[in-house]
Design a binder for this molecule. Structure first.
Ligand code: FE2
Length: 283
């Protein structure tokens, strides 16, 4: 049976983020509410649904309201009981023993795919007492505020995305041979992309994965990319999410950068479920 839920939506900043209360994603969601939540997501880019208590299987079922699952490239973090759900944890280390904090440094997820995921969903299972916020910057706003000369310069440029850029400051976990074969070598995506649902343009950057810009000398490309990132990182484009127990957060990879913060007490466990949703080829 589908229950009518009395939900409230509250903006979290003037440009990014909307909080949803009064929804239980473990129950069936009727079409009207589903449409309302999807609309809120495309208009506000980060959907924060409070007070959820979802098992991995319930989360997998719930996210189908928003799209189809995008398989992750590195299966190492797959949950054995529900492999389409991965986990994000502060309890893993690189082979050299240093702690691995997934998602540190601004990026957008899996942009080295020909059709990158439109959204990523995290559901908090265990959180530290404080810290571990996720920061977002709104790349629509960042684009719209660029001087016209810069917008003209970057409109039409295409960036080269690879699994791991040799220019990236953050190192990803090395892929196993089996996972590596499923990941494309390099793809070209527009540096300015148009959101398929809202028609708004956004700078489509990814310092972890962009190796260069097609047809541009490397030094010029790196300077331009740094300049755009510096611009986008300004506080007026940011929404900083402070996690609460029960949060389910879904963000739009097409128009946001995001980063994790490893600024909390590492003796405390931080553990979240993670799943991504299929997106389009960027245009
Ligand atoms: Fe990420």
């Amino acid at each position: 049976m589908t229950l009518t839920m009395d939900c409230t939506l509250t903006k979290l900043s003037d440009h990014t983020g909307i909080e949803v209360r009064g929804v239980d994603l473990a129950r069936p969601i009727d079409d009207a509410l589903g449409a309302r939540l999807n609309r809120a997501f495309s208009e506000h880019s980060v959907l924060v649904i409070r007070d959820q208590q979802l098992s991995s299987h319930q989360l997998l079922a719930a996210v189908q309201l928003f799209g189809e699952v995008f398989p992750q490239q590195d299966k190492k973090f797959s949950l054995p009981e529900c492999p389409l759900i991965h986990y994000v944890s502060n309890q893993d280390s690189y082979p050299d023993g240093t702690r691995y904090i997934p998602g540190a440094g601004y990026h957008t997820d899996h942009s080295n795919a020909a059709a990158p995921p439109k959204a990523t969903v995290l559901h908090a299972v265990k959180l530290p007492d404080r810290g571990g916020d996720t920061q977002y910057v709104n790349m629509h706003r960042a684009y719209e505020d660029l001087p016209a000369s810069m917008r003209h310069r970057i409109d039409g440029l295409r960036a080269i995305h690879v699994y791991q850029s040799r220019h990236s400051a953050r190192k990803l976990m090395t892929l196993s041979e089996e996972n590596r074969t499923a990941v494309p070598d390099a793809v070209l995506h527009p540096l300015v992309r148009t959101h398929p649902e809202t028609g708004r343009k956004a700078i489509y950057l990814n310092p972890i994965r962009i190796e260069g810009i097609a047809g541009m000398p490397e030094a010029d490309a790196l300077t331009l990319l740094d300049q755009l990132l510096e611009h986008a990182r300004q506080p007026q484009y940011e929404y900083r999410h402070q996690w609460r127990p029960g949060d389910l957060v879904m963000w739009d990879n097409r128009c946001l950068l995001h980063k994790a913060n490893g600024d909390y007490d590492m003796t405390q466990v931080r553990y979240l479920y993670r799943i991504m949703l299929q997106g389009d080829v960027p245009v």
